[in-house]
Ligand binder design. Structure first.
Ligand code: ATP
Ligand code: MG
Length: 317
């Protein structure tokens, strides 16, 4: 049962300076940084992971986002049958009158999160882990093939978006999906998610470039299984585990041809994975550096509040 101490959360939010989160007077840990959100453990709420979304422009925008998130969770968990982390949405207004949303989940041990498993696994474990993930992932594209073009579901399958809590118990490690905060549902070609939510984290002088060049491309790839898997493997570079790439590609290709020929997914190859990673890293490094510049302009020159929590320098391999 998830129980959030609302008073503590409100107090945390009211004193948080996103431009300098470490000045917080309430103890916290950062469990993960995303492109747009930050996952915290706060105060004595040890059993919870609290994901702070960037402030919404209005109450309505927050409600609308929340509806899509809830629907995405329902579809993944109940219509498709993927294990998805239970969650609670906590809405609050902070001292600056901003519309804030935290998504609370049960906190899984750090060692059980996919990227950590990847660092610690053996050859056999990697194959097992990949099979478990693929069995889940293909269910989405089986549903998509049935529902086309009415409804399409996308997924960001990156290894850090899954937890394997029963890894230690000796049972087959069943993955649990964590990252539902980018709810990807298309109905008759229309994205339900209002992408303004993402654009809010983009420096204003860049919005139009991101809109034109990247956003559609970044979202599109989560609906295409070949690209989702390419992205999944390419991300091993970022996780500092490129040694697993050849084995992962072989396992995925074998799985696709034996277990999922009906989905007609083109096999992956190493050269393309590498090229994809370079292009992707380029997109995010540019994006990230502009955001740092934007933070500098806002906080130092204009002395305004900066509302996004940026990671330190991201190490890329
Ligand atoms: N319930 C949880 N328990 C433990 N750790 C978590 C939990 N949820 C998230 N994390 C940690 O935080 C990291 C980031 O979380 P998540 O993938 O949900 O968001 P994100 O990648 O930041 O999302 P986005 O890119 O959409 O902003 C995870 O990789 C994991 O390490
Ligand atoms: Mg993630």
């Amino acid at each position: 049962m998830l129980r959030v101490n609302r008073k503590l959360l409100q107090a945390f939010e009211d004193q948080l300076n996103p431009a300098d989160p470490f000045s917080s007077t309430i103890p916290f840990r950062i469990l993960g940084y995303g492109e747009i959100s930050t996952v915290f453990q706060i105060g004595d709420m040890d059993d919870l992971a609290l994901k702070r979304m960037p402030p919404f422009a209005s109450r309505e925008q927050r409600t609308q986002y929340r509806r899509v998130l809830e629907e995405y969770h329902e579809i993944l968990a109940y219509r498709i049958g993927i294990r998805v982390a239970d969650y609670l949405c906590e809405e609050l207004t902070n001292k600056d009158g901003e519309h804030i949303l935290y998504i609370a989940q049960k906190r899984f041990p750090e060692d059980s999160v996919g990227n950590r498993r990847l660092q610690q696994c053996s050859d056999e474990e990697l194959t097992l882990l990949l099979h478990q993930l693929l069995e889940n992932i293909i269910k989405i594209w089986e549903k998509n093939a049935q529902d086309e073009p009415g409804e399409q579901i996308g997924l960001d399958a990156q290894i850090s978006n899954w937890a394997f809590p029963d890894w230690q118990t000796g049972k087959t490690p069943k993955p649990i999906y964590l990252d539902t905060s980018t709810p990807l549902i298309r109905r008759r070609g229309r994205e339900l998610l209002n992408t303004q939510v993402f654009l809010k984290s983009v420096p204003s002088f860049l919005v139009w470039i991101v809109k034109l060049a990247f956003l559609q491309q970044v979202l599109d790839r989560y609906y295409d299984l070949h690209l989702v898997l390419t992205d999944f493997v390419a991300n091993f570079y970022k996780e500092g585990q490129p040694q697993w790439i050849p084995q992962a590609i072989r396992t995925i290709n074998r799985f696709l041809s034996l277990r999922a020929p009906h989905l007609s997914v083109a096999p992956l190859n190493e050269k393309k994975v590498r090229k994809y990673y370079k292009e992707d890293a380029f997109i995010w490094i540019i994006f990230f550096n502009f955001r740092r510049l934007d933070r500098f302009l806002k906080t130092r020159l204009l002395r305004r509040k900066y509302n996004f929590i940026l990671p330190g320098k991201i190490k890329r391999f």
